[in-house]
Design a protein around this ligand. Structure first.
Ligand code: NIG
Ligand code: FE
Length: 419
């Protein structure tokens, strides 16, 4: 994953150039189903940036001097790389033993009582070195980029100590510096209460506010702040306190709400002017109405619902009520141990009845908005980064989610370079 590329590439005979947009608009309601395409198209990329595109019959006029590097992709579809706006890919160890315990019938509470769950990941993370964490996260980045992801948000939240949280965020900062992918960092110190603060919640909140946030701000370690707002974790009031402290340092909220319970997380998020509210498995009609009337993006994580055997997010109801929604992988060792956005898109069509066009928009342009990267990524637009998926020859765009367990990706380009 090199960072710099200095060359001109012309892609010709593209069966369909997908998600071509002159303007950046966050898509909500009916607009989510509008996926603009150009049939039989060309695409010009210079120094890693999209500089022109059009129908093949316009090529001579638009690109009078053909570059040396011309790639013919007859039969193939070309679309913007996935924008995965919610992940936890810095972690020390996988947790398949909990997965097996659950198959055998263990409940969430029993797993937690055995030291499982987020606290399991936290003890392993605190024992790991920064280099180990960097190397394993780097491999995950490599893996998801080959699956077509070109931008990713990464959260802390498996440290739950001052050193652990800072270590995670420093790893993310290094990933940002070294990777050609676009990366945003989110501070999720409020993922759960660590054991030492089990009876002293205010003590942990004080540590987040007084010990973690000042260093995070001084070292510029995060773009966003997140809180896991659920019964048994952080209340909406606690979320507000923590987010307001983060906002003093310029961190905008991107929040975990309404996964297991509807406890006022959406109302609190609106007060905080959050960029996004993520998960949304458990939504009341009132929650949907509130989200619809807000500027916030609802980020749906269907693979987490799939893996935990939970109800899926009410995607149709959200779209039909004019909410702006994005799709993300939630890649993490506990509830979504993979970051395959092709599967996220497929699952959202198969289980949540999103149209293929809606799912692709939610996983590209709206995902870019959910990371505030819409000026850089998320569509085929002049001036945007050439982070691009080249499919194998396929009959139609709906074939992508339809053939859900097949790999339809031929090649992925990041910053104008094939990886
Ligand atoms: O987004 N729900 C909270 N956090 C993660 C899962 C955490 C874990 O089990 O490690 C999520 O699903
Ligand atoms: Fe998550």
């Amino acid at each position: 994953m090199g960072k710099f590329v200095n060359m001109t590439t012309l892609i010709t005979n593209i069966q369909q150039l997908v998600n071509v947009r002159e303007q950046n608009n966050l898509l909500r309601g009916k607009d989510l189903a509008l996926l603009p395409v150009i049939e039989n198209a060309f695409l010009l990329i210079e120094d890693g940036i999209i500089t022109d595109y059009g129908a093949m019959y316009e090529l001579e006029l638009k690109v009078p001097h053909l570059p040396k590097n011309i790639i013919d992709v007859t039969g193939q579809f070309v679309l913007p790389a996935w924008c995965d706006s919610h992940t936890h890919i810095v972690f020390a160890k996988s947790r398949e033993e909990e997965f097996v315990d659950k198959i055998k019938g263990a409940t969430y509470a029993e797993i937690a009582a055995k030291g499982g769950g987020i606290l399991n990941s936290a003890s392993k993370l605190n024992a790991a070195s920064e280099d180990e964490l960097f190397n394993s996260a780097w491999q995950r980045l490599d893996e998801i980029s080959k699956l077509g992801t070109g931008a990713v948000e990464i959260k802390s939240g498996y440290g739950l100590t001052v050193e652990g949280e800072l270590k995670m965020l420093r790893v993310i900062k290094k990933l940002k510096e070294k990777s050609a992918l676009s990366i945003k960092a989110t501070f999720l110190g409020a993922h759960t209460y660590p054991a030492v603060f089990k009876e002293n919640h205010q003590g942990y909140i004080d540590s987040i506010i007084n010990e973690m946030l000042p260093v995070i701000a001084a070292e510029k370690l995060a773009d966003y702040i997140d809180v896991f707002c659920e019964t048994g974790f952080f209340s909406p009031e606690e979320m507000e306190t923590i987010c307001k402290a983060g906002m003093q340092y310029g961190l905008k909220p991107k929040l975990h709400v309404n996964q297991l319970n509807s406890i006022g997380g959406i109302e609190a998020a609106i007060k905080l002017n959050a960029v996004s509210v993520d998960h949304l498995e458990t939504m009341t009609d009132n929650d949907v109405e509130l989200l619809s009337g807000s500027n916030m993006i609802g980020t749906l994580l269907p693979t987490a619902a799939f893996f935990l055997r939970m109800q899926y997010q009410p995607a149709r109801q959200l779209i039909d009520n004019n909410c702006a929604i994005a799709l993300a992988s939630d890649y993490n060792p506990g509830s979504s141990p993979g970051g395959n956005m092709n599967f996220v898109v497929a699952l959202s069509c198969i289980q949540m009845k999103m149209l293929p066009e809606e799912a692709i928009n939610a996983a590209t342009i709206n995902g870019a908005f959910a990371m505030e990267l819409q000026n850089e990524l998320g569509s085929i637009t002049i001036g945007k980064k050439a982070n691009i998926i080249f499919t194998k020859p396929i009959p139609s765009i709906a074939y992508l989610p339809y053939s859900f367990s097949n790999n339809c990706i031929d090649k992925v380009m990041i910053g104008g370079l094939f990886i």
